[in-house]
Design a protein. Structure first.
Length: 163
């Protein structure tokens, strides 16, 4: 299964100590160079250490985009990491793209790319019995990583999780 991720899903999961969710669900996650560069530049040492360990273990892998993929990424009016992740997912027929940013998600959907964000990943972990509750993780996302969620969205996610 070829899965691509943008920066925010990886960095925010690492910040709240749940980066392993990606490994649990996908075994291998691929990122373009622009995303790796953003990840290794994180100012949160603990999160950056978890990410560096994931790269060293090999379940988080970086790939270089070819010229055509870079050209495609350049046509998107998005942040470089988002654009490269979408281009990689599109060009290499990824099964899934992990992304949270609204504009990036809209572009991916427009291109027919299946997406999942942090909240979907947390719900999957709960459904699979690997998380007892997601409430505290939503709070950590909001508090520790400054991940914005409306009250309505939080309530919808908690209802979906049966909490």
């Amino acid at each position: 299964m070829f899965v691509v991720s943008d920066t925010s899903v990886i960095s925010n999961l690492a910040i709240i100590g749940l980066l392993g969710i990606l490994k649990n669900q996908f075994e291998l996650v691929t990122v373009p160079i622009a995303v790796k560069n953003e990840l290794v530049a994180l100012d949160r040492v603990e999160a950056r250490t978890q990410i560096e360990t994931a790269f060293a273990e090999g379940w988080l892998r970086v790939v270089a985009l070819d010229e055509a993929e870079l050209a495609l990424a350049g046509t998107f009016k998005l942040h470089k990491g988002e654009a490269e992740a979408i281009s990689l997912a599109r060009s290499r027929n990824a099964v899934l793209l992990c992304m949270d940013e609204r504009r990036g998600r809209a572009k991916a959907i427009e291109l027919g790319i299946r997406i999942v964000g942090i909240l979907g990943l947390l719900l999957r972990e709960k459904d699979d019995g690997r998380l007892e509750s997601i409430r505290q993780h939503l709070e950590a996302l909001s508090k520790d990583s400054k991940f914005f969620m409306s009250r309505v969205l939080i309530d919808e996610v908690l209802t979906s999780a049966g909490e």
